[in-house]
Design a protein around this ligand. Structure first.
Ligand code: FE2
Length: 310
């Protein structure tokens, strides 16, 4: 049997984040590092991007946002009637939060190096093992949206359950910034509790407004509110406010954003990250189907590609 070079992509030596760090040590500039990583992925998985592009046309056409609007703005608050899985997923996660509290797992991190305004309580297989969460994450609506947004079937790089405790800080990701895994990515954010102005809502600008603020997308940059407001006006910001089950789709590589700011009430969200297979700074996920309770599911081609199964 021929050796499958794709398996090498799961080894540390070909992991994009490790590769980036190693290349950085040699002083190789970022655009060249990205080219090397993308080239390595392409060589080890020949034809994979072409296959994913071909399958995108077969993905469901989403109804909760017009695709031309999502592609233009890079962000949208989704129409809930087309995502019936959202409220059950939020309710399941509320219950799960209670379980985590009882288990003593709802606490701020000990180390100073980690932010204490946004705490990852659980993620990936542990949350996918909750059936209503799995139904939401792998819904035709979201997978169709992600596939058509990139014009190729992406990978689900991560699923995270975030807790934002009451806080008064304004630092790091509480300031406007871009995420840097690729030139484009899609985050899906589900409000697990009711979110209002006092709950540190996920806040974002559209892609065109973001471009008007900052032509360069250096993801490490943190932008001051005054600078943003002077460029596009304070009314340009959208907030993911709404009852539990409200869902937003935001390309956090194209849209300036922040969250967990000024919480006088704690916030819980579920966040999904979809990235292109060839994303230069995203690891390829290796989902444990047993742990996610997906082993007995009949997964179609799109779901297999999203979960990065060959
Ligand atoms: Fe971010």
């Amino acid at each position: 049997m021929a050796f499958d070079t794709r398996t090498l992509l799961r080894k540390p030596m070909a992991d994009p984040i490790r590769m980036q760090k190693s290349l950085q040590k040699f002083g190789i500039p970022r655009p060249i590092r990205d080219t090397i990583v993308v080239g390595t992925k392409s060589v080890l998985a020949p034809g994979e991007e072409t296959r994913r592009k071909a399958h995108a046309a077969t993905a469901a056409v989403p109804k909760s946002v017009p695709m031309d609007v999502l592609k233009r703005d890079g962000a949208a608050i989704l129409a809930g009637e087309h995502l019936p899985q959202a409220v059950p997923a939020a309710l399941a996660l509320q219950e799960f939060f209670g379980t985590l509290e009882q288990a003593g797992r709802v606490k701020k991190p000990d180390g100073h190096y980690k932010s204490d305004f946004l705490v990852r309580l659980a993620g990936n297989e542990e949350v996918l093992a909750l059936a209503p969460v799995r139904d939401f994450v792998l819904s035709d609506e979201l997978l169709g949206m992600a596939s058509r947004y990139f014009d190729q079937v992406p990978v689900l790089s991560g699923v995270w359950f975030w807790w934002s405790p009451v806080n008064k800080s304004k630092a790091e990701s509480q300031l406007y910034h871009y995420d840097g895994e690729d030139k484009s990515q899609l985050k899906i954010i589900l409000n697990v509790v009711d979110v209002d102005e006092n709950t540190g809502p996920f806040s974002f600008l559209s892609a065109p407004a973001s471009e008007a603020v900052a032509a360069t997308r250096r993801h490490s940059a943190r932008l001051d509110d005054d600078l943003v407001n002077a460029a596009v006006g304070a009314e340009a910001v959208s907030r993911l406010i709404g009852p539990a089950g409200t869902v937003g789709a935001v390309d956090t590589s194209r849209c300036l954003h922040y969250g967990s700011r000024g919480n006088s009430r704690q916030r819980l969200i579920l966040m999904l990250q979809f990235t292109r297979f060839l994303a230069p700074k995203a690891s390829l996920p290796s989902w444990d189907l047993e742990a996610a309770d997906l082993a007995s599911e009949g997964l179609d081609d799109i779901r297999k590609m999203v979960l990065n199964l060959s």
